[in-house]
Design a protein around this ligand. Structure first.
Ligand code: SF4
Ligand code: SF4
Length: 486
């Protein structure tokens, strides 16, 4: 194609009717649902995605039973505000880590999406994994491929075949939704507490059972009925695409320069001489699309980057003897300029920022103290005069043992010199695994150590002979004024 032709085609494409973007492809003009019957995809990307889905499903169904140092791999117990990630326990006191993780997560999503589009949606998102690799496959197994599903949908509900197939499908769908809800619950309360709900008399766990049934209903509704609407209308990440993607983002894109003008395939026809492109307008890329869009119209918010259209088009290109990749992972700019340049400087820079952010977060998590200690002066008390030269302050402490073992801790006053620290009760503070101990200490300082009304104090927390945390707090003393009367 000459440069002039390319430019003309580019202008035509950019000027084409974009009104389809004003409405959602799965809603008809009257606002009703347009039910989709996507063709069963097959091809190399579908295979790769299936292998990834096996791996992710294995993780989902095994994590609640795996332990690191006695702690679950992942537990997000919002009820008790206790979070375990890869065996590491996080308490509300680790809130700064959550804030950092949230900021990194948002940045990660933004950076990743700007560079790589919705790769996450197509390959990793649980909605896609369960919808396309579990529920949809059962649907194909029971109802058959697109044409058979269409035929079944047109049948009357009095037809025994329809009743049998739809009934069987929905029973299996609910059973899987129930299974997912059980695992979902395990991720919140842990598998021991889940087992308590399952094995004890129902009257003892009404709330837990209600949650289980409620979650099952939600999952069944999502996967049996709501389906692609989650990605198109509900998912906030999906809604962000309009703001994050640009013409350099790598998306699943149709190479209109190569494909247009589209036209039906005819044997022995010289398409180039007739001004036809490689797209034979077979509609396969549209028929396989689980969100019901035509990727040839350009990048659309509905596209979850599932790769089904790539595989469908590649198989057509194989059949008509054209090179694969008419639909492929590429950026709009690369297609318009006719250059293959995926690793642009921008993508490299974004990827480097991501690696640095994740490195910082990983370092902070790895270097996190296994104990969290909080010292607060007893409310309403200033200082006590022990004798002419010594003053004391009373503190309440909280000591969180983040390790999976019972530990004994003790405190030692580090600064200022000449002071002393006494723990109310036993000086060895026993703290159960993943639990918190509370108590009181009294710090006594000599007059010469005081720096006015407030003196900085440093207390070390020891486990056996190892100092594992240093706490800084303030000590209130008398005014060093000659007129002061204690
Ligand atoms: S599958 Fe390929 S050839 Fe067929 S309509 Fe889609 S883009 Fe054109
Ligand atoms: S356009 Fe292609 S990649 Fe996007 S959702 Fe449809 S089939 Fe999947």
């Amino acid at each position: 194609m000459s440069t002039q032709d390319t430019e003309k085609l580019l202008q035509e494409t950019l000027a084409k009717d974009e009104s389809f973007r004003d409405s959602i492809g799965t809603i008809d003009e009257k606002g009703g649902r347009k039910w989709l019957f996507p063709k069963k995809p097959s091809g190399r990307f579908t295979d790769y995605r299936r292998y990834v889905s096996y791996f992710l499903l294995a993780i989902f169904f095994s994590f609640p039973f795996l332990r690191i140092d006695g702690q679950p791999m992942l537990m997000l117990n919002v009820l008790e505000r206790k979070f375990v990630i890869f065996g590491q326990i996080f308490w509300p006191a680790d809130f700064f880590l959550f804030v950092l993780a949230a900021i990194s997560g948002i940045l990660f999503i933004a950076v990743f999406t700007v560079a790589f589009g919705r790769l996450f949606c197509g390959w990793i998102c649980p909605q896609t994994i369960f919808m396309e690799h579990v529920f949809r496959r059962i649907e194909y197994w029971i109802e058959g491929d697109r044409n058979k599903q269409l035929k079944l949908s047109r049948m009357s509900w009095k037809n025994p075949e329809k009743l049998r197939k739809k009934g069987l499908k929905n029973v299996i769908f609910y059973a899987i939704a129930f299974l997912i809800s059980n695992f979902f619950l395990m991720y919140i309360i842990g598998n021991e507490a889940w087992w308590g709900i399952v094995s004890d008399p129902p009257s003892q766990h009404l709330a837990g059972l209600s949650a289980m049934i409620g979650f099952s209903g939600v999952f069944y509704f999502v996967f049996a009925w709501f389906r692609e609407q989650v990605c198109i209308m509900v998912c906030p990440y999906g809604r962000l695409q309009g703001a994050l993607l640009d013409r350099n983002s790598i998306v699943i894109a149709y190479d209109y320069l190569r494909g247009e003008k589209r036209g039906k395939f005819r044997k022995k026809e010289d398409r180039e001489a007739l001004g036809k492109g490689d797209c034979i307008d077979c509609h396969q890329c549209v028929d396989v699309c689980p969100t019901g869009i035509d990727i040839r119209d350009g990048t659309q918010l509905e596209c979850i980057n599932c790769t089904a259209c790539i595989d469908a088009c590649d198989s057509i290109m194989d059949k008509v003897g054209k090179p694969r990749g008419l639909i492929r992972y590429d950026s709009e700019n690369n297609i318009a300029e006719g250059k293959k340049k995926i690793w642009t400087a921008r993508v490299k820079a974004y990827s480097a920022v991501l690696v640095i952010l994740l490195g910082i977060f990983g370092f902070l998590v790895a270097s996190r103290s296994p104990v969290q200690a909080i010292f607060l002066r007893v409310p309403g008390q200033r200082f006590q005069k022990v004798d002419e030269n010594r003053f004391s302050n009373a503190y309440n402490f909280k000591l969180m043992n983040k390790t999976p073992e019972q530990r004994a801790y003790h405190f030692q006053l580090l600064a200022p010199a000449g002071g002393s620290l006494r723990t109310a009760g036993d000086s060895l503070i026993q703290v159960a695994p993943s639990k918190m101990a509370e108590g009181a200490v009294i710090i006594t300082l000599p007059r010469q150590a005081l720096e006015g009304t407030s003196t900085d104090v440093e207390v070390a927390v020891y486990h056996q002979d190892k100092r594992i945390e240093t706490i800084k707090t303030g000590f209130t003393g008398p005014l060093v004024s000659p007129s002061f009367q204690e």
